[in-house]
Design a binder for this molecule. Structure first.
Ligand code: PMP
Length: 376
């Protein structure tokens, strides 16, 4: 008898479609939704970046690049990290297909089936599924209600199987950016236990606190992942990078060579043109948007004021049930992400404030109306 030609792998059984994509697709079917569900900057890639990519295409830079990325971009990134972290001579920069690609390579390089990774709760959904793909499992460290990733919270969840600690600052979905003390604590924990940190810093430019803090400032036991998707308004270009100890990253060259091969060649040139750009106007704009939604919802919603990224993660109003709340939003063509898509708890929701002021004003009005109605 013939086999079922489309038997799926065991690993696929643990993977369900992202709860966030579902809302994205729902948004596409609505005429004019207020879509605050998807996590990307609302500005487009800068002209100089587009022109550099177009020029690269026109000049025939369309072939494979070396797997670790074009030397010019790696050099620019090396200078940037050296200025921040000091001596990085033992480390290497690798250009990846987004932070997603960097996460995949890190997990493939460091995790065996049966290993466990620690992720915060709430978390960026991809961590869990990528772990599943490589046969590892996930345990969470609870960061409710203030969203602080403290060493104590992480330490309490370490077991003999723990192989990596994932940190994400500023955070998706909470908007919390770690303080120097928190980063120091995590670095010390990593040094004591020998469990490396994987630090997802994709939102590093979206800072409302005085500066972005990386645990890499306090330990070398840390893989830093970041990229251009959010900062340069080009999530579809798939350009990210990784700063990792040289002996590890050189192993990852082979993993990338035999999977993604390289990040898109002309778009690496585009990203290079964006390296020195001043981000302060966007930062000001997002700071204002943060205040617009945070202050606008203050009366009816409990939330931690974001110190980074472009997310607010408020509590559901007056103990309202998740499903009823999301339905009430959808009825008014407002799309948000239920906290259940990125947490084990069903108590919060995620609002992405990377949107026009007009949409944000409308969303605030709708959310307040829902909260007031439920009170009655
Ligand atoms: N990490 C976090 C925390 C994110 O929110 C996202 C994008 N939503 C990514 C990584 C993926 O970024 P990239 O486009 O660089 O793959």
């Amino acid at each position: 008898m013939a086999q079922d030609p489309f038997r799926f792998s065991e690993r696929l059984k643990g993977i369900r479609p992202s709860g966030i994509r579902k809302f994205f697709e729902l948004g596409l079917s609505m005429k004019n939704p207020i879509d605050l569900s998807i996590g990307q900057a609302h500005f487009d890639a800068p002209d100089v970046v587009k022109q550099a990519a177009q020029k690269a295409i026109a000049e025939g830079r369309n072939r494979y690049t070396v797997t670790q990325g074009i030397p010019e971009l790696r050099e620019a990134l090396r200078a940037r990290y050296a200025a921040r972290f000091g001596d990085i001579s033992g480390e290497d920069i690798m250009v990846t297909c987004g932070v997603s690609g960097g996460l995949m390579l890190s997990f493939l390089a460091m995790l065996n089936p049966g290993d466990e990774i620690l992720i915060p709760d709430p978390y960026f959904i991809m961590y869990k599924h990528l772990a599943t793909m490589v046969g590892a499992s996930t345990a969470t460290y609870d960061i409710y209600p203030d969203f602080r990733p403290t060493a104590e919270r992480v330490r309490a969840r370490i077991t003999p199987r723990t192989r990596l600690i994932i940190v994400n600052s500023p955070s998706n979905p909470t908007g919390y950016a770690m303080t120097p003390d928190e980063a120091k604590g995590l670095a010390k924990l990593s040094d004591e236990t020998g469990i490396p940190l994987v630090s997802d810093e994709i939102y590093e430019d979206f800072m409302f606190a005085p500066r972005h803090v990386s645990p890499r400032e306090f330990t070398r036991n840390c893989i830093v992942l970041s990229g251009a998707s959010k900062s340069l308004g080009m999530p579809g270009w798939r350009i990210g990078w990784m700063l990792a100890p040289r002996e590890l990253s050189e192993k990852m060259y082979s993993l990338q060579q035999f999977s993604f091969v390289c990040a898109p060649a002309p778009l690496q040139w585009g990203a290079l043109a964006g390296m020195g750009l001043d981000f302060s106007a966007h930062r000001q704009d997002y700071l204002r948007k943060r205040d617009l939604v945070f202050e606008g919802l203050r009366e009816n919603y409990r939330a931690v004021k974001p110190t980074g990224s472009f997310y607010l993660f408020p509590e559901l109003p007056n103990g309202m049930e998740m499903e009823r709340f999301i339905e009430a939003c959808i009825k008014r063509e407002l799309l948000l992400v239920p906290g259940t898509a990125c947490s084990d708890r069903a108590t919060h929701f995620r609002l992405c404030f990377a949107a026009s002021d007009e949409k944000l004003h409308k969303a605030v009005a709708i959310l307040n109306e829902i909260a007031v109605q439920i009170k009655k």
